[in-house]
Design a protein around this ligand. Structure first.
Ligand code: NAG
Ligand code: NAG
Length: 424
């Protein structure tokens, strides 16, 4: 049998392809079994690190920060415990914290809206397998938790977008159910006077933890993660709303955000819309898992701040003192400053574990400068913040393992407050 040269060539090509594919699979396997995947810190302890079955390939991207060097190894081989600023706690003045009444339930990835002296606290995970479907209310004057009431059955349980006009609370999209389940596009409005819920037109497609604000009579929803919980979305939509009602039937496309992803703070102040921090990537459901078991994926946390003003163009503002995410309800406006408590920063360079943030940041809108104005009682992410009568409050979220270990552990119900004094 004589083979034609053409056939030989194609046989070589097939062999080459097989070899390349083999390398690809080995590389994928090595990547999947590397600590990037293996260390799971989403609701730690509840999610065993078992991602070796995963066949989803997430391109590995390096943090864009120049200061994310691995820790120095001393001559004696002992790791230098001082980490670069991105991971380490920043120097911060001490604040005196007062422990208040615990929330009725611990919650992670819930949402909160302050209206006058009331903090409405919504939804959230109690454990990785249990999500809340009710609202708790804290009264800052009485310093007590009031009676709870139910959310609509179809409303998302975590990763919600939420904003208020002072009476109506607009609730958009989010994750429906426990673990790493899919999102819903359903949106709702709560009338806080009557405790009545109403429907709003659904989003064109659902999102996880999108930046959400009311601006110039329109409800704006931007970014977040796409339907797989991981892929950053850049889309931006708006809907005209008034007194808890949609004035339009459909969402209108707006200028996309410069960087996508979930868990950022979104603030409207002095008629400007700001997006602060956030991340690209998030845990996602393990392929084929009947319970949508969460598995960790690569995340990039950023410090970027962008602003939308009259020109409807995104403009960069000075970045945060360190990359910070999981801060969507962790901010308050105090005397023309934005105050932000806690969050998560870039993963630890050696352990690859998630690193929580324990600082209180201030962005002074008069000077457009950032500063660190204090330390929290511990590092905590997705905490829910309010400000009343000179006191900064925070409740809920997931705290660290202890002063020496910034990785996430316990989901908390704690409520704390500190008397805030901002120097001009
Ligand atoms: C909060 O509690 C105070 C003190 O009990 C009460 O006077 C006030 O009406 C409450 N606020 C609201 C909005 O219910
Ligand atoms: C905000 O400004 C007012 C007026 O200058 C001042 O009395 C108050 O203490 C300031 N609040 C904080 C938290 O610094």
């Amino acid at each position: 049998m004589v083979r034609s040269p053409g056939k030989q060539k194609s046989t070589k090509l097939v062999i080459l392809c097989v070899v390349l594919l083999g390398f690809g699979l080995i590389a994928d396997y090595l990547w999947a079994s590397s600590p990037h995947f293996a260390s799971s810190s989403y609701l730690t302890n509840w999610v065993p690190a078992d991602n070796s079955q995963s066949n989803v390939i997430i391109p590995k991207q390096e943090p864009h920060h120049a200061d994310t060097k691995p820790p120095k190894i001393k001559a004696d081989g002992v790791h230098d415990r001082t980490l670069s600023a991105t991971f380490a706690d920043l120097p911060a003045p001490e604040l005196k914290w007062e422990k208040m009444a615990n929330a009725p339930v611990p919650r992670l990835d819930g949402a909160a809206i302050q209206i006058k002296d009331l903090l409405y606290v919504f939804a959230g995970y109690g454990t990785i397998d249990l999500v809340h479907s009710h609202v708790d209310i804290y009264n800052f004057t009485a310093n007590t938790w009031g009676r709870r009431f139910d959310m609509p059955k179809e409303m998302a349980h975590s990763h919600l977008g939420m904003v208020t006009d002072g009476r109506y609370i607009y609730v958009v999209t989010g994750q429906y159910g426990p673990q790493c389940r899919g999102p819903t596009a359903r949106n709702f409005v709560l009338d806080t006077k009557t405790k009545q819920w109403r429907d709003l037109p659904p989003l064109p497609v659902p999102r996880y933890a999108p930046a959400t604000q009311l601006w110039r009579g329109r409800l704006h929803v931007m970014g977040g993660s796409k339907e797989n919980r991981h892929t950053p979305a850049l889309e931006h939509w708006s809907l005209a709303v008034k007194d808890g009602k949609a004035l339009e039937k459909e969402w209108r496309p707006e200028i996309p955000i410069p960087r996508g992803g979930p868990h950022r703070a979104c603030v409207v102040v002095s008629d400007r819309l700001l997006i602060i921090g956030g991340q690209e990537g998030d845990f996602m459901a393990k392929p084929g898992s009947p319970i949508f078991k969460c598995s960790r994926r690569n995340e990039i946390v950023y410090d970027e701040v962008h602003m939308l003003d009259d020109e409807m163009k995104w403009k960069p503002l000075p970045p945060m003192p360190k990359p910070d995410s999981h801060i969507e309800f962790a901010w308050a406006i105090v005397n023309n400053s934005i105050v932000i408590a806690g969050g998560t920063t870039e993963k630890h360079p050696t352990t690859k574990k998630m690193v929580l943030v324990g600082e209180v940041f201030r962005f002074n809108l008069d000077t457009l400068t950032w500063s660190v104005i204090g330390k929290l009682p511990y590092r905590v992410k997705t905490t829910l913040v309010g400000f009343w009568n000179g006191w900064l409050y925070f409740t809920s979220g997931q705290r660290d393992r202890g002063p020496d270990d910034p990785a996430p552990k316990k989901v908390i119900a704690d409520m704390w407050r500190t008397k805030l004094r901002l120097n001009s």
